[in-house]
Design a protein around this ligand. Structure first.
Ligand code: PEP
Ligand code: MN
Length: 348
């Protein structure tokens, strides 16, 4: 339930209203807009009488929120959420590019990839150290030494690190060393992991589950946000359908839908959606045009020898040409690869 307050409502009356609602066992989140202030009621509002609130002198209107996601709901926060990571801002017109290998394999591999990714204009280096593989016999990732290699690449290039967490056991290390913590499709409904991540203040990249509806995906965001962490980035990475020419089916309509339902930024991973390197470019372009705030792309110096996801990984020179296209197309949507704030005045 949302209370839209009348413009210029006195502060003491607003405070009284908040404590009245809290006495009903609900939590209140206040957003102060230019014109209207909003009080969002979180908790079981089924027994709250709408009429008891709508007749209050400071209430302009009461909106009943039908969706089960509240904090993630655009009704609760009409403005886009902007996630600050280092000098970058995701969701604020800066088009975020997260690129790198599926798995961190060696120092040489990650450094060569990171140098290229940086030079081409991406802001983030992705790379898995803990890998959620379908088979227990496949390469499971380097673990801790993989994280050390990502940090080495960060020190050399300045790229910020995005990497996947699989277990609550690793939260302390990730909180200390990782810039954006990725929750993979297979863990989208690992609710105990989501709740623990909600206790941090780290940006969380939440991938859509393999067969998850948009509502289930937003409910997973709600789990993180309900613990106090509102730094959630949604990532559409394809869903399972009956089509099997591609690894998954990129649900391109999920981007405008998620952005309409929620204020959270949305990025697209065309690599896991397609499973085919040659389809990454057209899908990345489509993502930009439907309003994505960024993309996540797998890149490998030698995809034929990759320990995971080689067939969908771009060679370095292909990534370079993709980035040229991305830069041009993002500009047509009013987005750019560089942080807005970095555009310094000549005298600054
Ligand atoms: C990955 O990013 O390497 C990955 C495993 O992605 P997803 O969780 O989307 O399958
Ligand atoms: Mn992968």
């Amino acid at each position: 339930m949302i209370l839209v307050l009348k413009p210029k409502s006195p502060e003491d009356k607003i405070a009284a209203m908040i404590s009245r609602i809290e006495d009903m066992g609900l939590r209140v989140e206040r957003t102060t807009g230019v014109e209207y202030s909003i009080l969002a009621l979180v908790g079981d509002t089924s027994r709250v009488e709408k009429s008891a609130l709508s007749t209050d002198e400071i209430v302009h209107k009461v909106i009943h929120v039908q969706e089960p996601f509240k904090r993630a709901n655009r009704l609760f926060k009409p403005d886009d959420t902007v996630i600050r990571v280092g000098e970058h801002e995701i969701g604020n017109g800066e088009f975020a590019v997260m690129a790198g290998p599926c798995s961190v394999e060696s120092e040489e591999q990650i450094l060569e990839t990171a140098r290229c990714v940086k030079e081409c204009g991406a802001q983030f280096l992705r790379g898995g150290a803990y890998k959620p593989r379908t088979s227990p016999y496949s390469f499971q990732g380097l673990g801790e030494p993989g994280l050390d290699l990502l940090l080495l690449a960060k020190r050399e290039t300045g790229l910020l690190i995005v990497t996947e967490i699989m277990s609550t056991e690793n939260i302390d290390r990730f909180e200390r060393d990782v810039d954006i913590i990725q929750v993979g499709a297979r863990n989208m409904q690992n609710f105990s992991l989501l709740k623990e991540l909600g206790k941090t203040r780290k940006p969380i990249l939440l991938k859509r589950g393999i067969s998850a509806t948009i509502e289930e995906w937003l409910m997973s965001a709600e789990y993180i946000m309900s613990e106090g962490n509102s730094n959630v980035i949604l990532c559409e990475r394809g869903i399972r359908t009956y089509e099997d020419y591609t690894r998954n089916t990129l649900d391109i309509s999920a981007v405008p839908m998620a952005k309409r339902l929620s204020h959270l930024p949305v990025i697209v991973d065309p690599s896991h959606a397609a499973g085919l390197w040659w389809m990454v470019e057209p899908l990345a372009k489509a993502s930009i045009v439907v309003g994505a705030d960024g993309i996540m792309v797998e890149v490998h110096p030698n995809p034929d020898k990759a320990l995971s996801d080689g067939p969908q990984s771009l060679k370095l020179e292909k990534f370079r040409s993709l980035m040229n296209e991305v830069e041009v197309l993002a500009r047509t949507q009013g987005k750019q690869l560089r942080p807005k704030r970095k555009e310094k005045m000549p005298w600054a």
